[in-house]
Each structure stands twice: as C-alpha cells, then as structure tokens.
Design a protein around this ligand. Structure first.
Ligand SMILES: [Zn+2]
Length: 303
C-alpha cells in the first residue's frame, strides 16, 4: 500500500510519554504476576472484570488481554510527566497512522452521507471525525488511565483513539502480524468502534446473550468495518493482494483461540476466533458495504 495519496489527518494529538501511567503501570505489573499465579484462563476472566472498571466498555478487553499476554515489560512503564514527544522518536509510525486516519475520515464521511449503515434505531447522524492520540508508556483517557501494555483502544466516552506506535513492533515481533496494511487494519478497527458508537451499536444487546457474546459481535463488526474501509479506499492507497493477506493474517493472529492457544474455552472469548475475525474482515473488504457488517443479525452459531 501507499499512503502518500492521503494527507495526514489534523485530528491527531501527541500526548508524549507518561501521562499519569502510574496506576495503570502498576496494575499491569500486578496482573502479570496474576497470570503466573492463576494462568491464562483465570486471568482472562479477571481481565474482563478489570477492563469493565477501567474502560466501562468492551473495547479495551482485547487490548488488555493483548497487553497481559504479549505486551511490553510490565512495571517498567515510563513515569515521566509528558516531557518527550512520542512522535519525535516514532515519526514515521505517527505519519503513517495520521494518513490512515485521514483515509478513514474520507471513507466514513461518505458512508454516513449515503446512509450505508446498519440500522439500530438511532438515526445515523453525520460522521464526526475522532481524535487519534499518540502516547508512550501510559496515557490518561476519558475512560481512565491506560498503559501501553493494554494495546491500542477506543474510548467511547471521549470518542478518541489511543495508540502507542511501538505496538506496531509488538505486532511484527511478537504476534507475527507484520506489514503496513496490518498496521492500518488496527487503526481502521478502532475507527470501526467509533462508527459503532455513532450508530448505537455499542449499546446493542440480544436477549439471552451474555456480555462476552455481545462483545464478540461488536468486535467482529469492527473488523468488518475495517474491511469496508480497506475496500473503499483501495484505489487511493494502492492496496494489493499481498496487503490483503497481511490484514487477514493479522486478523488470524489476534483471534481469541490463537492468542490463548486453546487454554480458554469459547465462552470466554470476547473478540472471536481467528476464523471469525478473518471472515468478517473479508466480508467488509469484499462487499465494501457497511450494511453487510450487521453481526447482530446473524445467529450466534453462524458468526
Ligand atoms: Zn476492538
């Protein structure tokens, strides 16, 4: 892919390092100890509960799990008070992310204008561009303190995205999910959560389904929306078959079954299996139509 066909979005903020990460950093360190004590499955359950406390929404869960299982060294979060600028050292990653964000703004403005969205009862308003925050180590968000160990996330309360650009290295080196289009997929997935927030998908529940199952539907829809983005701007970004394979591979590598390597059963999953994540990303990419991303309209067994 190429990003020079898109200007960097102005809706980015460099929050620097630290940003009040003390609590979050300590929390991650403590949780790492818990992983060693009670294992991955018990930790998954604990993390779901904690994510609810920290983020009041199901979107931080994956990223929290990510951080616990695959994140950077816990307890060594930088504690400096926002002195250094993240993009001084991560310039290319920041520039890349800002251009991908710009691409998502163009795509979603048009989709909202055309009303091409799943209908959850609330009339789809005009698209509002979200802000993307770059940070290193830790950051204060509208959903509470967050640490890089939690991975990138979207906060519905302040309608902003948060990413430590070093996560791109984590993807390549620890998750076997390298490639620029795989990185773009991460941004597009978090933007997908923003779209959900605007159309009322965030509050949707289905009778008889627990919180984890609802979370899976939400996460798979965000994957599908990421695919829609890739489809809609594929010409300007010169998306190739190899790019598509990078994104599908990333979707595979971050499936709950692959991440937990069979140590958690499906009732604990919050983001979907590798097969489901690949399928829904492809559904969005192949159709280019957000209305084909209505994961709430599909019986649980067919997700
Ligand atoms: Zn997500």
């Amino acid at each position: 892919m190429r990003t020079d066909g898109r200007d960097p979005s102005g809706n980015v903020r460099d929050r620097g390092s630290g940003g009040g990460a003390v609590g979050a950093g300590l929390g991650a360190g403590a949780l790492f100890a818990i992983v060693r004590r009670i294992g991955v499955r018990g930790t998954l359950i604990a993390v779901v509960a904690l994510a609810g406390i920290y983020f009041f929404n199901p979107f931080g869960i994956r990223d929290t799990v990510f951080g616990l299982l695959f994140g950077g060294t816990p307890g060594q979060t930088q504690q400096t008070q926002g002195e250094g600028q993240t993009c001084d050292t991560q310039g290319p990653a920041c520039d890349f992310s800002a251009r991908v964000l710009r691409s998502t703004e163009i795509v979603w403005r048009e989709q909202f204008q055309q009303g091409r969205l799943p209908n959850y009862g609330s009339r789809a308003q005009a698209y509002e561009d979200p802000v993307l925050n770059f940070f290193s180590g830790g950051v204060a968000s509208g959903c509470g303190q967050a640490s890089s160990d939690m991975g990138p996330f979207y906060c519905p309360a302040d309608k902003q995205l948060y990413i430590d650009p070093s996560f791109y290295q984590v993807m390549e080196q620890r998750l076997n999910a390298g490639g620029d289009f795989a990185q773009a997929y991460v941004i597009a997935h978090e933007v997908g959560h923003h779209v959900q927030n605007l159309i009322g998908a965030t509050n949707k529940t289905l009778p008889g389904e627990d919180r984890n199952r609802t979370s899976v539907r939400i996460e798979l829809q965000a994957d599908c929306f990421a695919g829609v983005w890739g489809h809609q701007d594929r010409a300007a970004l010169e998306v190739t078959d190899a790019d598509l394979r990078e994104a599908v591979n990333a979707a595979h590598q971050i499936g709950d079954d692959t991440l937990t390597q069979g140590r958690a059963d499906e009732s604990q999953f919050t983001h979907g299996t590798s097969a489901q994540r690949m399928r829904w990303f492809r559904q969005g990419f192949d159709s280019g139509d957000p209305r084909q991303c209505d994961t709430f309209a599909v019986p649980a067994g067919q997700l």
